[in-house]
Ligand binder design. Structure first.
Ligand SMILES: C[S@@+](CC[C@H](N)C(=O)[O-])C[C@H]1O[C@@H](n2cnc3c(N)ncnc32)[C@H](O)[C@@H]1O
Length: 184
């Protein structure tokens, strides 16, 4: 049997035989329902989020309609502003924080699937970036995802002193950005 362990530093320092432990080398710092993952149970990855929850959705076409649960079930409940991992613990980090403000109309599916930003969002994302870079190993890579439906990417990139390498736009309105960084 293999086990994912959330703190690679701790295992390394105990001297425990590691043969049967899958050491996560990737961190998803706010995994939500893991929508963008090819394999939602990827064994190389530690999936964390600040919440656990379930929402039941309708699936199928009229006549073949069914109900299916969507779940937020992180490997560990973690706040990305203060992560319980040692420095330089992961080779790759993906950071996809909420991008909609809390407010009227932002309930139901949007709130469940993407989470919502608080008034303190600038500090929250700034701290999240700092923590993602702290737990990232030297020469490790970070992918930051941002949908600029409400807040321009430019404003959010100002919240980290790290310089992005390159990026890609996606979505019908090309509002979603995938931005690559390296900890160099
Ligand atoms: C845009 S969604 C992530 C969607 C995910 N990438 C996917 O593929 O489904 C943002 C997530 O950030 C989480 N979140 C918000 N604030 C957080 C915090 N301080 N620490 C950890 N997770 C947080 C929310 O609960 C939400 O699940």
């Amino acid at each position: 049997m293999t086990t994912k362990h959330e703190d690679t530093r701790e295992w390394a320092s105990t001297g425990v035989v590691l043969e049967r432990i899958v050491m996560p080398v990737v961190l998803d710092a706010c995994c939500g329902t893991r929508m963008f993952w090819f394999d939602k149970e990827d064994s190389r990855t530690l999936f964390v989020d600040k919440r656990v929850g379930t929402r039941v959705i309708d699936v199928g076409t009229p006549g073949t309609k069914g109900r299916k649960p969507k779940v937020v079930k992180p490997d560990k409940v973690v706040d990305f502003r203060n992560m319980p991992f040692g420095d330089n613990s992961f080779h790759h980090v993906v950071f996809d924080p909420p991008h909609f403000y809390k407010g009227a109309g932002k309930t139901g599916r949007i709130a469940f699937d993407y989470g919502l930003l608080d008034k303190t969002w600038r500090d929250d994302i700034k701290d999240g970036f700092a923590e993602c870079f702290r737990v990232l190993s030297p020469m490790g890579t970070l992918i930051f995802k941002w949908c600029e439906a409400e807040i321009p990417l430019r404003e959010v990139l100002e919240l980290t002193p790290n310089k992005p390498l390159y990026g890609h736009r996606s979505g019908k309105k090309a509002q979603t950005h995938w931005v690559a960084f390296i900890k160099a």
